[in-house]
Ligand binder design. Structure first.
Ligand code: ASP
Length: 439
């Protein structure tokens, strides 16, 4: 068995956290490939090293003095090195970083140093080999991630290795220019490493004991999901549930490698398993609930819309031409509604309205703002009758007016549109009926 273990920023924020990580790695001889993030927050008021690096580089780029900020970053690492009693000096590394900042090496380069330096410390601490991600993770000319070249380079480099530390979050173009993934991207690096070495498991260690059935800011102590499929996770992540970077499932998915989300501060917890498919029945009919506020509905009416071939295409053309992506398009005989993100749509609304009039000649267009979308996701819904019925009667009992319903053809999710003001009440009602009433 070979396991790739990725540790998030809060798991590596201090020497104390590093020690927990060390214990986790040493507790299992199969944990040989380690992907660290940059040091995160030590407490709620702290600043992540990645954010400190961005600030520092912005000063450098503006030609201002960045010495004080760089010193503060250095102090974060020195505190870890001293706390672990390591014989390691980052003098040369910081000299290079200072020089490159002066030469304006770029924001991506700056941010990547957070993971790079933490990787050097981690390798020294564990006695593992350090592999610079710039040499094995490749971005194309236009900055897009090149999955196949990366897989080849990573595989060639790691196959002969017994154990290695590969810093997360960044890679480089062929000419050596450093590029990063979007924020939280070390999750993607872990997945890339797991794919390359054909790992049996990709363990993603963070500060929660897995994926929760609902947002803990809305539901008090929600249940943890024990097993979730890639597809379910994607639906929930898209609607705002965040534990893992959205793109982190793609590399492992190609090899059918499961991801196990674990808690560095509670290593005995089983966490959540993210798998391609499973015959394990979910504990509840639904696997999870997630949602987002801030949508607009553009309601379009036209008599006999149903018999006008091409009407929908013309309407959607206007959204495409305005560079607005739509979320859902429920329709009736004479009506069609387009759900869009309010902040994206707001500045272009009049252009869109006149565009629709010009191209599709509807009778009326009405815009409804401040709506929320809620996704109720679960592979168990397919085989259970009455799921939709239970959702809507729970919402009715909680006095929530449903504005839109959309069930995907996969029967994996039901999307519900409600007013922003009803968002939390709706989530509570759905959680209660499926989870609390089942306990
Ligand atoms: N350190 C980076 C961030 O704060 C990447 C990561 O932690 O995954 O976003």
């Amino acid at each position: 068995m070979r396991k790739v273990v990725k540790f998030g920023g809060s798991s590596l924020a201090s020497a104390e956290q590093f020690n927990k990580v060390g214990n986790i790695i040493h507790a299992d001889a199969e944990r040989k490939f380690v992907v660290p993030s940059a040091p995160g927050k030590r407490d709620a008021d702290d600043t992540k090293v990645t954010d400190m690096l961005y600030t520092c580089y912005d000063l450098a780029e503006a030609g201002k003095d960045f010495g004080g900020q760089l010193k503060a970053i250095r102090a974060r690492y020195q505190e870890i090195i001293d706390g672990l009693a390591l014989q390691l000096s980052l003098d040369d590394e910081f000299k290079t970083i200072e020089k490159n900042f002066k030469e304006k090496a770029g924001r991506d380069y700056a941010a990547s140093r957070g993971e790079y330096l933490n990787g050097i410390i981690m390798a020294a601490y564990l006695g593992f080999e350090f592999v610079d991600a710039a040499q094995v993770i490749r971005f194309g000319e236009n900055g897009e991630f090149d999955a196949e070249t990366t897989n080849k380079l990573m595989r060639e480099r790691l196959t002969s290795m017994e154990a290695a530390v590969i810093p997360g979050f960044y890679g480089a173009k062929e000419d050596g220019t450093v590029r990063t993934f979007s924020r939280g991207g070390s999750d993607i690096t872990g997945s890339i490493v797991a794919r390359a070495i054909k790992a049996d498991v990709y363990e993603n260690w963070t500060d929660v004991s897995g994926f929760l059935v609902a947002d803990p800011r809305i539901i008090y102590k929600p249940e943890t999901i024990s097993t979730i499929t890639y597809k379910e996770l994607r639906e929930l992540a898209y609607m705002g549930a965040s534990v893992l970077h959205e793109d982190a499932i793609f590399p492992v998915r190609r090899e059918g490698i499961p991801i196990n989300i674990r808690n560095t501060n509670a290593p005995e917890d089983e966490g959540t398993w993210i798998v391609e498919s499973t015959c394990q029945k979910p504990k509840y009919v639904i696997t999870g609930i997630a949602g987002k506020k801030g949508f607009c509905a553009v309601n379009i009416e036209k008599d006999s819309m149903n018999s006008e071939v091409g009407f929908g295409r013309k309407v959607l053309q206007v959204f495409e031409d305005s560079g607005i992506s739509f979320e859902h398009v429920p329709s009736g005989i004479d009506t069609m509604t387009i759900f869009v993100h309010q902040d994206e749509f707001m500045h272009k609304e009049q252009k869109v309205v006149s565009g629709i009039h010009r191209l599709a000649d509807p009778d009326t267009i009405e815009i409804e703002a401040d709506l929320a979308l809620i996704a109720v996701v679960g592979r168990g819904m397919k085989s259970t009758r009455g799921t939709a019925g239970r959702i809507f009667s729970a919402l009715a009992h909680s006095n929530v007016n449903v504005k839109m319903i959309d069930q995907g053809s996969s029967e994996l999710n039901i999307i519900i549109g409600v007013a922003n003001a009803d968002f939390e009440t709706a989530i509570k009602a759905i959680y209660d009926i499926f989870v609390l009433c089942q306990l």
